[in-house]
Design a protein around this ligand. Structure first.
Ligand code: GCO
Ligand code: MG
Length: 402
């Protein structure tokens, strides 16, 4: 079997997605997600101009060799654009392998390690009562794990809260939104949010929260310590993770579990964090961290240190990523939880999928491969629409971490 075509499809059904379709001489094809939010066309060009021509004529079954070829062969290793492009190829090739073997991807990985995949949903509110209402809705829908984000009094904007009543979407069309941030106001307020959740709903649901890289390590240590009574499932991205050693400071002060990794793109980004057991959950994704082949390597390494997975799963990774991630999650022995934000309806129509959701649990389905397809005719009706992630500034105007 040989690869005869590789096409990049850019579409905006509710938001922008980049998809790679790899076609073989036997007519079997596979698809992979290549979406890098706010920088979509960089990956589309990397694939179209540099990677697709190199795939033609290759045996799609040599997944590991093609991965190594694209990683080492570029000379310029790692980075989000490169690793997203490699991931798209990798996931498409695993999809082909599954279709050829007539097996769902999770069986190729070693079979199911559990009956279903626990996912966490997003409860967001402009204030505590609104956030609690959304939390209650998630409890009613059967979610066992819920992330909560809430507006902070006297702060004009905050990370992670829906603008209207719809889904949370961080990107804004055409412009870079400038938000303001105060770590002091946030730190004084946020323990009250968790207290309100536990007072109202007790301790039966896993409670998650995303700090979105906003604090310094010592501030993060203080936050973790102050919220220990509310037993968070995790405190996500408490501080930027370029300086992995910085997490030692957080660990010295708190036993609140830590999740990191949604902006990571290789095992090297998380090596020290995992080896020194500075985190509890690794959040790298298939799409941004080199696909199934590389995420498997990260997860196996993490398992040596009792670090579990908690894959990033926002609506800005496509339904293709979600489908493939669910196969990975069903297999991976050191699974923790999977994020599931949901998708705009148009996106679900463009990407027909085999996965199912029932009361906070998901299953990838039994379709061969990863079970997600793309309706190219429908995709063509939603042209690319440039959008950017916001930036955050401190109240004096200093550019901060969004
Ligand atoms: C999460 C993330 C997202 C990111 C988004 C950026 O925990 O789901 O923090 O909300 O901000 O994926 O593109
Ligand atoms: Mg996050």
């Amino acid at each position: 079997m040989k690869i005869v075509r590789a096409d990049v499809i850019v579409t905006c059904p509710g938001r922008n997605f980049v998809t790679l379709k790899v076609v073989t001489d036997e007519g079997v094809y596979g698809i992979g997600d290549a979406t890098l939010n706010g920088r979509e066309l960089a990956v589309a060009s990397y694939l179209r101009d540099h990677v697709c021509p190199l795939l033609i004529g290759r045996d799609p079954g040599r997944i590991e060799d093609i991965w190594q070829f694209l990683y080492k062969g570029a000379y310029w290793r790692r980075g989000p654009v490169t690793m997203t492009a490699i991931a798209a190829v990798d996931v498409a090739l695993w999809d082909i392998l599954g279709k050829v073997a007539n097996l769902p991807l999770y069986k190729l990985l070693g079979g199911a390690s559990r009956e279903s995949v626990m996912v966490y949903g997003h409860a967001t509110g402009r204030d505590i009562p609104e956030a609690l209402d959304r939390y209650a809705e998630h409890v009613e829908q059967g979610y066992q794990a819920i992330r909560i984000q809430c507006g902070v009094p006297n702060m004009r904007s905050v990370y992670g809260v829906s603008k209207g009543n719809g889904m949370y979407e961080p990107a804004t069309k055409g412009v870079v939104e400038e938000q303001t941030w105060s770590s002091e106001k946030y730190l004084d307020f946020v323990p009250k949010l968790f207290e309100a959740v536990r007072d109202k709903f007790g301790f039966d649901t896993h409670l998650l929260h995303d700090v979105h890289h906003r604090l310094t390590p010592i501030e993060a240590g203080r936050l973790g310590k102050s919220v220990e009574p509310y037993r968070l499932f995790w405190m996500e991205d408490p501080t930027p993770a370029e300086n992995q050693g910085g997490f030692r400071l957080i660990r010295q002060h708190t036993v609140t579990p830590i999740a990191v990794g949604e902006v990571f793109n290789s095992i090297w980004d998380c090596k020290q964090l995992i080896e020194e057991q500075l985190i509890d959950y690794i959040r790298a994704t298939l799409t941004h961290a080199g696909g199934i082949t590389h995420l498997k390597r990260i997860a196996d390494f993490a398992s040596l240190y009792q670090v579990r997975t908690g894959c990033h799963g926002p609506s800005d990774l496509s339904p293709v990523c979600m489908g493939a991630a669910l196969h990975f999650d069903l297999w991976v022995p050191n699974f923790g939880v999977q994020e599931y934000m949901g998708f705009p309806k148009e996106a679900l129509d463009v990407f027909p999928h085999a996965w199912t959701f029932e009361r906070g649990l998901m299953h990838p389905g039994e379709a061969p491969g990863h079970g997600v397809d793309i309706d190219e005719e429908l995709a063509a009706r939603y042209p690319y629409d440039p959008a950017y992630l916001p930036v955050a500034r401190l109240e004096d105007g200093t550019l901060w971490n969004w």
